[in-house]
Design a protein around this ligand. Structure first.
Ligand code: AHR
Length: 650
């Protein structure tokens, strides 16, 4: 069937042009290709306090006193006119060789009315929720002569209100682990609170680790924030790319994500300096990433460290003998994920609490290795590729040098199963590039993974310092750029098998973020989705398994269409970046039994509108019934809109 292309002219992103009613044709006579079942997923790394101070539900910041060499960062002394206490980091009294420092608390004056001790301010406050049970875990030892009691409490910052408290006693000269349950009453939610550990008499004690968890998703002890998990589950992701991103590589080889150091009880995890300006506790370690996948019913897309760390140091492990231990480490990691309990690392996973192996199909070798100007990636990739394919021939390997880079840099000594390309573009640039995007790609070459992408709406790209003055999450203009790019990827989803927006998370408290734009914002108490989040949600939840050809693809209104092969439902995605409403003549060719009643889901508004903690639902999709659907009908797209039309057919 021949599809007609009708030239149209109208206003795009504020530039006045003539308008005519354009026609958008969907060829439903046959499927133009299969939509990959793993088309949409999520990308994650420790950035913007995504884990510590984010998804990882730990509430104590610097719980193991390792954040700062010199001072007990985020800890303060609690005392008053009639009490006295002092605190200091102590390297001579450490809990073990992983928690290499402790906090010594010396109370020289205190009584029941005038307690003294230390407090932790959490990640921009300890969030207090009503009728909630918190679990505190404390590693402590004491000087002879003091065995307790010690009061632990969640207290308002003005000291006027104790939201919840409990006691520990029986401290000895040897290290012990104490657990206390703290229950709040009918409180108004607040984050203006801290966690305190106080004595009502003089004494000296050492704290090796102080941890406080609220209720978590699926009640996992070392688990995730429930509200953030729900936001992700609502997007229906099919995979999770982890652990980065730059977080995989680190800014030095010693600061890479060393998965073996992220296993076991949290008191066995030293943590490490992460590349985004703060230290990671490694509380969210390899097993937690895998459990996260399981919780979302998504499959892991595992990034393995490939011997190159970030600029400006550009530390490199030479391919060959030097790289071999890193290759072996990646094989161990794959065994940890997939191996039976009769394997060394599968057995370790079982000891860590998860006997069943995880399903794994994709391994990404490194991250953005085009930054490595030495040109060693081809050899490094090959070394990993050969070892992985020899032991796990079923695994698909992903090269980190994709079509966004000059072809001369591509891996050429081996054939990667997939290549990863990254796009951080201004919304206008996405709109300009989308019509042609991926059209000219070699359909016989590797499959495509768009492993990071996001539209921004400002003059400043994410890596520009000035973007720090912009809101942490994008507005509707960016969402329109995102939607246009999604539609382009979807049109080419015969080749683009997987794609994920990045970064996903941002803690919106001052100083918490390093990057914008980000999909989902939060503080300690609440979470919101950006307009981009809702555009993605509309698109990910309305995705068929057959690609339908659409035309034209090079006009102001851009779109894509897919069909559910089982039910016949057609999902038509349309994006109108224009300042004016566009009556669109829609022609559905070759569909049988098109029902006259359909559904429209619309995200529209002022292009500068965005969501925030204070206005979390300012820009959200609206669903309504549409009548009068037939093979040729007109649907008016509001100005600045993202629309999904769901059309029932057979
Ligand atoms: O998503 C933020 C960063 O952008 C990632 O860590 C890196 O891979 C990319 O450069």
């Amino acid at each position: 069937m021949k599809l007609t292309t009708i030239p149209i002219f109208f206003a795009v992103m504020g530039n006045l042009v003539l308008n005519a009613s354009p026609t958008f044709t969907v060829d439903a006579s046959h499927s133009a290709g299969a939509v990959s079942p793993s088309f949409f997923g999520m990308m994650t790394e420790e950035i913007n306090h995504s884990y510590d101070g984010g998804l990882y539900a730990e509430l104590i910041q610097n719980r193991a006193f390792l954040d700062d060499e010199a001072t007990p960062a985020h800890w303060s002394v609690v005392n008053g006119d009639d009490s006295a206490a002092a605190m200091a980091l102590d390297s001579a009294n450490s809990f073990n060789d992983k928690l290499t420092k402790s906090l010594r608390l010396t109370v020289t004056k205190a009584d029941k009315k005038n307690p003294a001790g230390v407090a932790n301010g959490g990640y921009w406050g300890i969030p207090v929720q009503p009728k909630t049970t918190y679990r505190a875990t404390i590693l402590a030892r004491a000087d002879p002569g003091f065995s307790g009691p010690v009061t632990v409490a969640i207290v308002s910052d003005d000291g006027q209100k104790i939201y919840a408290s409990g006691k520990i006693s029986g401290l000895t000269a040897g290290w012990k682990k104490f657990e206390v349950t703290l229950k709040t009453g009918r409180e108004t939610p607040t984050a203006k609170a801290h966690f305190s550990i106080t004595l009502d008499r003089p004494g000296t004690l050492w704290l090796g680790m102080v941890s406080l968890f609220p209720p978590t998703w699926n009640h996992q002890p070392n688990g995730f924030r429930k509200d953030l998990m729900q936001m992700m589950v609502d997007l229906n992701p099919k995979f999770l790319r982890f652990p980065g991103g730059n977080y995989l590589e680190g800014d030095a080889i010693t600061n890479r994500f060393e998965w073996k150091k992220t296993l076991g009880p949290i008191e066995q995890r030293h943590g490490h300096p992460a590349p985004w300006s703060y230290r990671s506790t490694d509380g969210l370690g390899l097993l937690e990433f895998l459990q996260w996948c399981e919780d979302m019913k998504a499959e892991p897309l595992l990034g393995v460290y490939a011997g190159y760390s970030l600029p400006p140091k550009n530390e490199l492990v030479k391919p060959g003998t030097d790289l071999q231990p890193y290759v072996a480490d990646a094989l161990d990691e794959i065994e940890y994920v997939t191996g039976g309990t009769n394997t060394t690392w599968g057995a370790q996973r079982a000891r860590d609490g998860h006997p069943a192996p995880f399903k794994l199909r994709y391994v990404e070798i490194g991250n953005e290795d085009w930054f490595d100007k030495s040109g060693s990636y081809d050899a490094r990739f090959s070394q990993f590729y050969d070892a992985i394919k020899a032991k796990y021939p079923q695994l698909k390997t992903i090269s980190t040098i994709g079509n966004d880079q000059p072809a001369t840099n591509f891996v050429h000594s081996r054939n990667p199963d997939m290549t990863d390309e990254h796009y951080y573009r201004n919304a206008k640039d996405f709109i300009a590039m989308a019509p042609d995007y991926a059209k000219k790609y070699d359909r016989t070459g590797p499959e495509i993974f768009v492993g990071e992408w996001a539209a921004y709406e400002t003059s400043f790209p994410p890596w520009d310092d000035q973007s720090k003055n912009e809101p942490p999450t994008p507005n509707l203009t960016a969402a329109i750029g995102d939607a246009v790019f999604w539609a382009a990827m979807e049109r080419n989803s015969d080749l683009i098998k997987m794609q994920c927006y990045a970064p996903m998370f941002v803690n919106v408290n001052p100083g918490a973020r390093q990057w914008r734009p980000n999909l989902i914002g939060y503080d300690g108490l609440s979470v919101f989705g950006s307009p981009s989040y809702y555009a993605i949600q509309m698109f990910s939840r309305n995705l068929g398994n057959e690609i339908l050809s659409v035309a034209p693809t090079d006009t102001a209104v851009q779109g894509s269409a897919t069909r559910d092969g089982q039910t016949g439902e057609i999902f038509l995605k349309l994006v109108n970046p224009a300042t004016n409403a566009v009556p669109l003549n829609i022609e559905i060719k070759g569909a049988t039994a098109l029902e006259s009643k359909g559904t429209a889901v619309t995200l529209a508004g002022n292009p500068t509108d965005s969501n925030s903690i204070f206005e979390p639902k300012k820009v959200v999709p609206v669903t309504r019934t549409v009548r009068g659907i037939k093979p040729a009908f007109t649907y008016t797209l509001p100005p600045h809109s993202v629309v999904v039309l769901k059309l029932k057919a057979r």
